[in-house]
Every structure is written in C-alpha cells, then in structure tokens.
Design a protein around this ligand. Structure first.
Ligand code: XMP
Length: 508
C-alpha cells in the first residue's frame, strides 16, 4: 500500500494536472469526483486531500459542494482556486464577487509551512471572479495581492490551507515547491511511489480482471498504443490479440516497421489489416477535419469488430487513450477542442463488453516513463506521437493516395534532417503538413503551379501547451531544398511559427 493523496475534483480544467504534479513528487494521487461519499474517503486513509479549482461560483445555489466534516477529519486539506473559496464558504467566511481576473499576478506571501523556501514575492497564475473578504474564525491570511485581500489563508490547528492561485500551472513561480511543502511538510508523505509501481499495479490488476477474457488491442505503433499493448501483453500474454489497421494514412514505411517490432521482438499475436482502400473510399471528397476524424474513428471500430468476429467473440478492446485526449475531446465540463478519434469518435453501439484504457490518467511524458519500465526499446518510446487519424489530419482538404504520397515523402525528409541534427528528443513533435494552397513557382526555367508544404515542430512535454521550435535556419534550409528538389508537386515550403495556444499542434 502506498501513501496517497486524494484530489477531489470540483470540475476544474486542471484536475488531472494537479494529480500529475503530485505524482511528479513520487506521491500517488487519486482523482475522485466531489460526489464521492465521505465514508469512502475515510476508509482510504489518505495522507492529504486537495480540493481542485472549478468553473462555478461557490455562491451559486447548485455549485459543487462538500460536507464541512471533511475539514475536521484530521487529514490536511489544500484548496486551490474554487477549492479555496469552498473552504472559506464551509467555514462561514465571507466571499464577494469581483470582476474576473485571469493570468499571472504578483503575490506577497507570509511565513507559513506552505511557503517554506518560497520568496515573499512571487508571480502566480489566477483565474477567479470571487474572493474571500473576511476569513473564517481560526484562519489567518498568509498571502495577498494588490487587489485580493486573501490570496491564501490557513488554519494551523486543523492543517487546512486555501490558495486562490494555481500551483499546478507551470507559470506559477514556486508552484512545485508549494505542492512539495504540502505533501512533505504538511501531510508527512515520504515519496514512496514511482512509475514502476503504476506499471506493476496495472499489470497485476489486468491479470486478475482479464486473464479469462479475450482481449483485442488497437495497435497503431505510436507510443500510447504500444505501451498499452505491451502492458496488457505482460498481464495476459496470448489472450491479447493486437490488430494493427493499416489505414493507408501512415508515415513512410511505418506499417512494415510496426509489424516487425511487435511480431518479432515482443512475440505478440499481431494481425495486420490492410484497409487502405476502405478508408480512402470513405474519406473521398471529405474536407472537414471533424468529419475526417469521426469517419476514421468509426471505421476503425468497424474494422475491429469484423476482425474480432473472425477471431471468435472478443470481450474487451484496449485503447491507448491518454489524458490530454480526454480533456480536449470535451469529457465533463471541458469544451471540445478537437474530437480525438479514440475518444469522441466512438460509435454508441460498440460490440464489446467494454473498453480498457490503461493510460487514461497519464500525460505523454508519463506514458514514456511507463514504456521504459515495461522494457520497450528507447527508440520506440521516444518516437514522436502520431495522431490516430494519421496523415488525414495533415493533408488539408481532400485526401487522395497521390496527395498522401507527396506528404509522406516530404515528411520523411524533414524527419531525417531533424534526426541528422540530433534534435529528436528536444523537439516534442515535428512533421510536415500538405496544405491545399497551390502557388506559382519556377523549376528548370518553366512555370510550376504546385502545392505548399508546411513544416511544424514544437517543444512540449505535456502536449497541452507547446512552443514552436526555433530550429536552426541551416536545418530548415536543407530540408526546404531537399523537399523542393526531391518531391514532385511541391514548389514551396513554409515554417509554422505558432505556439499552442492559440494554434493546436496538428493543423486539423
Ligand atoms: P493537438 O493538435 O490537439 O495535439 O494540439 C495534441 C497531441 O495529440 C495528438 N493528436 C491525436 N492523437 N488521436 C490521437 O491519438 C487524435 O485524434 C489526435 N489528434 C491530435 C497530436 O499529434 C499531438 O501529439
């Protein structure tokens, strides 16, 4: 049994991010909804509880709340944002609505266990439209901003802490230190959790739950589905059958590599389905990105159903869904940014007992760590992510085999040049996009009218935000020359200098 922290979810955008920041400090975090009964929480023996932020106002009648008893269990509590207001409200403090403040503000901190080794002036990320004006009995203010009289408060006797700002967000200075203080100084955690535990616990869990089941895995060869597949393979061996759908939207030579690695290296049951014509047929003439995703997601599931019926009835389907896929697809209160094919595109009438998603709480860098723990070779683990809908979302406009082939060649050149420069690990993701812009050029003294390719490269660790990569001009120049010389029908190369947000990483 590991020491663990409960992250009580009040509907904020950063809930899993809080859990991940706790795990980063080698402490196990469990996220539960605010509807979880207090009896269940008491049973678990948590070392501490974190109330997350949320999008509502505690002054609304039907805002998410919790029983005040939770603050009297003798378990340290840290409330963040909405969670801080909730503490104030449960303890009869006075809260006032104010105009929304969002972004980084200067916070003055006072002496507190929570602010050990934190300077007295720090810049912190806030997003609020109400704050505490009169702190409850037994509490004292421990931080302020120019406008906010209570940016943090605490009750030392009860070990209850409330902060208006978000320590889990990277732009909050000393956010990591503040969480560390809560976990180690206040909750008394020792840091007894590592990624190997997650991997072993998951293998153990699936071994006991699924050893009598026949399980099918959607293997794409990308990091996520590879890690999910190897994890399940370790748990249930040959009861797992992996289906690798070659939808004709893969990168150059990718299909053969995947087949070789998983069949030979891991000795998995792997079936390669050549479904190019089927996917390209369905996608013919489709230009809308969301429709492309939905079509591919649905077709994927249909192919699996057909293959599984050939194998006899399969009980479960494994998918490599990771946490950013879920929030960006708009599960819960979060707005839909893009429907990731393995989440939003799922049809209602899936013919399996259920879906198994072993990585659904993890972020990309955590998935990589899990991959290393599972003994997956470094080059596969460090392979840059590739979206489920593949090159369909990198070919703007209509998708045809010819256009895909043009993109494959250009993309392979870009990847080769980045690798030659030794930048693969530094750059989170880098690829080419075939735009639907045609422009005039000149080649061998003759006029051309051909496509523009865009190169995209970003630096990111969690893929939720990303900075465009400042790749040296020399590499861009060589890539551009090679692409225009070696790939037919491309006469112009541009480089995308937009970060996420406001752009997303993929173009569609
Ligand atoms: P965006 O474009 O949303 O991408 O900033 C974030 C990360 O997710 C990948 N991505 C997907 N992965 N199915 C996936 O499995 C999808 O539909 C999908 N769309 C984007 C993208 O490549 C990047 O790593």
């Amino acid at each position: 049994m590991h020491e663990s922290i409960l992250v009580l979810d009040f509907g904020g955008q950063y809930n899993q991010l809080v859990a991940r920041k706790v795990r980063e400090q080698n402490v196990l975090a469990q996220v539960l909804p605010f509807t979880t009964p207090i009896e269940k929480i008491k049973e678990k023996g948590y070392k501490g509880i974190i109330f997350t932020g949320g999008q509502r106002s505690v002054r609304d009648d039907n805002s998410p709340r919790y029983v005040a008893e939770i603050l009297n269990l003798g378990i340290p509590v840290l409330g963040i944002g909405y969670g801080a207001q909730l503490i104030a409200s449960l303890e009869q403090g006075e809260i006032q609505s104010v105009s929304n403040e969002c972004g980084n503000v200067d916070v003055s901190t006072q002496k507190s266990k929570l602010f050990k080794d934190v300077p007295s002036q720090i810049s912190c990320y806030v997003n609020y439209s109400e704050y505490t004006v009169n702190v409850p009995n037994g509490y004292r203010v421990t931080a302020t901003t120019k406008v906010c009289p209570c940016a943090a408060m605490e009750n030392k006797q009860k070990n209850v802490f409330a902060i208006q700002f978000h320590p889990e967000v990277t732009s909050t200075e000393y956010g990591k230190q503040i969480l560390k203080n809560f976990l180690f100084e206040i909750c008394g955690c020792s840091g007894d959790w590592v990624m190997a535990d997650f991997v072993n616990d998951s293998i153990g869990k699936y071994k006991s739950e699924l050893s009598d089941s026949k399980v099918l895995c959607a293997l794409s060869g990308g990091v996520d589905s590879s890690v999910a597949a190897v994890m399940l393979h370790k748990a249930i061996g040959k009861n797992l059958t992996c289906i690798f759908v070659d939808h004709g939207l893969l990168r150059k030579d990718e299909g053969d590599t995947v087949e070789q690695v998983f069949k030979q290296q891991f000795d998995m049951n792997l079936i390669r389905v050549n479904a190019q014509d089927r996917f390209l047929g369905k996608l013919a003439g489709v230009t809308d990105p969301e429709r492309k995703r939905k079509i591919i997601g649905e077709e994927f599931i249909r192919v699996f159903e057909e293959e599984s019926s050939k194998l006899g009835k399969m009980d479960y389907l494994v998918q490599g869904t990771i946490y950013p896929d879920i929030i960006e697809s708009g599960v819960g209160d979060n707005a839909v940014i893009k429907s990731h094919h393995n989440v939003g595109g799922l049809p209602e009438d899936i013919d399996f007992k259920g879906i198994v998603e072993p990585l659904r709480d993890l972020f990309k860098d955590e998935v990589r760590k899990a991959g290393i723990e599972l003994g997956i070779p470094e080059d596969l683990v460090w392979r840059q992510p590739f979206p489920g809908p593949g090159l369909a979302v990198r070919v703007m406009g209509g998708i045809t085999k010819d256009r895909l082939d043009i993109l494959r060649e250009a993309d392979a050149i870009f990847r080769e040049e980045v690798a030659n420069a030794g930048l693969e690990k530094e750059i989170g993701q880098y690829f080419a996009v075939l735009t639907d812009i045609k422009s005039v050029g000149v080649k061998n003294d003759a006029r051309t009218y051909d496509y523009t390719v865009a190169l995209r490269a970003v630096i990111t660790s969690d893929f939720m935000t990303a900075q465009w990569a400042q790749i040296p001009y020399k590499i861009l120049a060589k890539t551009s020359t090679r692409i225009t010389n070696e790939v037919e029908h491309i006469n112009r190369v541009v480089y995308d200098i937009t970060s996420k947000p406001p752009a997303t990483i993929e173009w569609e």
